[in-house]
Design a binder for this molecule. Structure first.
Ligand code: CP3
Length: 344
């Protein structure tokens, strides 16, 4: 299937583009009433994720309703720990919850690396195939997975946390166990991303949402090491790595075998461009909270960000996922401003 809009793929590869591509992390779901309407018909989040017809429908909604330059498959990073043996629940108010956790050697029975992803995660692969068919080449489809460190955090902690201190504790009390678990997660993640590409994903992104809670040295040992295995293994399509909060590790991230480095809103685009040069595409990084301001302010801040770009190697996005109570009209203003912007 020929893509009618391949801007984001060209931007990722550092090829020529006529304007900057734009999409939003967490664009599917959350902010759209149309998403909530589909969700309300179902028993919950997991039914939506596990039913390819519904997952495809909500994946395509932001393409139709917001006009983004890419779709991201509707799923969650937590499907990987579940496939390995730790079932999760998505609680209405508090978010993800795992009945079992891995805090010692015995816990490793819940982290099986020798699984068949085609079987365990077949529902995601079916959703990708169906979405590709329904998109009919309109925009590329992004596949994704959580980074080993972030998945490790959920497997050890069993829920969200501000500090993930149980997870960080293990790095001091049993680093060997930590490495064993991170290695297993990495192995499954690589097969899973390859299966997504095989099913039709045009590019992939690895989300390291909790990168920022580690110091530079620990992130190198327990984060980057495993990120590098993933970026070395994925050669078929462009790959983006997004390590939220890992400001001091950005130069090291940019040395990995990736096409694109995602930046959060605390990171200074021009500073990072100066450090890493033109060899990587940068993605980001407007503060999601900027979308709470007025339409004219959203426009002004978006233009200010675009003006700070000194290269064509950019994919426009927010600095993290869009917040659930953002007015979709503000998102449209953000997108329109990017699309109308004349590249220098
Ligand atoms: O548009 C998209 O990006 C859709 C696909 C997507 C979801 N989760 C759907 C989802 C993606 C890429 C994710 C990634 C994800 N999931 C991350 C990494 C990105 C980030 O935000 O840092 C993380 C840490 C998770 C784990 C997770 N899933 C949490 C902590 C929660 C609860 C809080 C929240 O974010 O809403 C989820 C639930 C979840 N995943 C929802 C959606 C649309 C909301 C659930 C609902 O509809 O009830």
């Amino acid at each position: 299937m020929e893509l009618k809009n391949d801007l984001i793929l060209r931007a990722a590869r550092g090829e020529n583009i006529e304007r900057y591509p734009v999409w939003l992390m967490r664009q599917a779901g959350r902010i759209l009433p149309e998403y909530r309407a589909v969700r309300a018909k179902l028993s919950g989040f997991k039914e939506l994720v596990e039913t390819p017809e519904f997952a495809a429908e909500v994946t395509i909604q932001p393409v139709d309703l917001l006009g983004v330059d890419a779709a991201i498959i509707f799923s969650d990073i937590l499907v990987v720990p579940e496939a390995m043996g730790l079932e999760y629940q998505m609680l209405e108010k508090s978010g993800p919850w795992f009945e079992k956790t891995i805090r010692n050697r015995e816990g490793l029975i819940y982290a099986d690396a020798n699984i068949d992803v085609l079987d365990r995660l077949g529902y995601v692969l079916d959703a990708i195939k169906l979405t590709k068919k329904e998109l009919n080449g309109r925009v590329p489809l992004i596949g994704f997975a959580g980074a080993p460190w972030t998945i490790f955090c959920y497997m050890v902690e069993g829920r969200g946390s501000k500090t993930f201190s149980e997870s960080r504790k293990l790095l001091y009390t049993d680093p060997e166990l930590a490495h064993e678990l991170l290695g297993r997660i990495t192995q499954v993640t690589i097969s899973y991303l390859k299966a997504q590409i095989e099913a039709g994903a045009d590019m992939v992104q690895v989300f390291d949402s909790w990168a920022g809670i580690l110091g530079t040295e620990q992130y190198a040992e327990f984060g980057l090491k495993y990120m590098a295995m993933i970026t070395d293994a994925i050669t078929e399509v462009p790959i983006t790595i997004f390590s939220k909060g890992a400001i001091t590790s950005v130069p090291a991230l940019a040395r990995l075998n990736c096409n694109t480095v995602g930046l959060d809103w605390n990171m200074d685009v021009s500073e990072i461009r100066n450090i890493i040069g033109e060899t990587r595409t940068l993605q980001g990084n407007l503060d999601p909270c900027a979308l709470y301001s007025t339409h004219s302010e959203v426009e002004k801040r978006t233009i200010k960000m675009l003006d700070s770009f000194t290269s064509k190697r950019h994919i426009v996005n927010l600095g993290h996922g869009v917040y659930p109570d953002i007015d979709p009209e503000k998102v449209k203003t953000f997108i329109k401003t990017v699309k109308d912007y004349e590249m220098r």
